[in-house]
Design a protein. Structure first.
Length: 265
């Protein structure tokens, strides 16, 4: 009787500990939230191999800039490096080659890997002043892609509509985190500009100081991996262990039944 009466108590204790509330479900919970956010700084994207740049040259003299824009190059639709598409909208698109250069009309090979767009703009305008008075260069990145994986509502490849993309905007593109996401250990995988190797950077989204991280604003081709929290990991491992025991238990029970049936004959 004592054993039977203690079963409800044991069940209640197990249920209580298994239903402990989840912590850190709120983003940036620090008291100095306003101060931290006001210090966030965007330094610009760094141009990488494979980037597609739409570059437009303009000046007061319209005829003078025509040789420097693929869409208006006289008598030719030649892209120079064979990477541009067809049509006027794509006529000024340049793909950064494996050696870090783009092939620009008249100017030839221009090294740009690792530069910000503002730096490339200044470099091109300086070069063009030999041919044009007061040139103005406009540069747009047309393939700003990132990858969001793990505990998000919509994992996969995401294309940003803006070149200034922070980690929360990237998560929003993926439909936000799931309830089982570990917000204190989101991993950012980024290719180092100096070594060319992938780096893994842990980020804590529950801290307001995340906005001061040099990794708060994303670069093209970044990968975000949101791992499951401890409860989800334990649950998955427990389910796997349970399935294993059920499988082996079923086999053992079958063998035992077979042995009993044979011994009775």
């Amino acid at each position: 009787m004592k054993i039977h009466s203690s079963i409800p108590i044991i069940f209640t204790v197990v249920l209580f500990f298994s239903c402990t509330p989840k912590k850190n479900v709120v983003y940036m919970t620090n008291d100095n939230f306003a101060q931290e956010v006001s210090q966030a700084r965007f330094v610009g994207l760094h141009i990488q191999e494979g980037d597609k740049l739409n570059i437009l040259v303009s000046a007061f003299e319209e005829l003078a800039v025509r040789p420097f824009n693929r869409s208006t190059m006289a008598g030719t639709g030649n892209s120079g490096d064979g990477n541009a598409g067809t049509g006027a909208a794509q006529g000024s698109e340049y793909v950064v080659r494996s050696d870090g250069t783009i092939i620009f009309p008249v100017l030839g090979a221009v090294y740009c890997k690792g530069m910000t767009q503002q730096q490339l703009k200044a470099d091109l305008e300086t070069r063009l002043k030999r041919y044009i008075s007061d040139p103005m260069v406009t540069i747009t990145l047309t393939n700003f892609n990132i990858f969001v994986l793990g505990e998000v509502q919509g994992p996969g490849l995401k294309t940003s509509p803006t070149e200034k993309l922070n980690i929360f905007q990237a998560i929003a593109l993926a439909g936000d985190l799931t309830y089982d996401a570990n917000r204190t250990n989101v991993k950012l995988i980024r290719t180092s500009e100096t070594t060319g190797k992938d780096e893994v950077i842990p980020l804590d989204l529950s801290e307001a100081s995340i906005v001061n991280s040099p990794y708060y604003f994303l670069q093209q081709n970044d990968i975000l991996y949101v791992e499951p929290d401890r409860n989800k990991q334990v649950s998955v491992n427990s389910d796997a262990a349970t399935d294993k025991w059920i499988k082996y238990g079923g086999v053992a029970l079958g063998l035992l039944t077979l042995i009993i049936s044979l011994t009775r004959k």
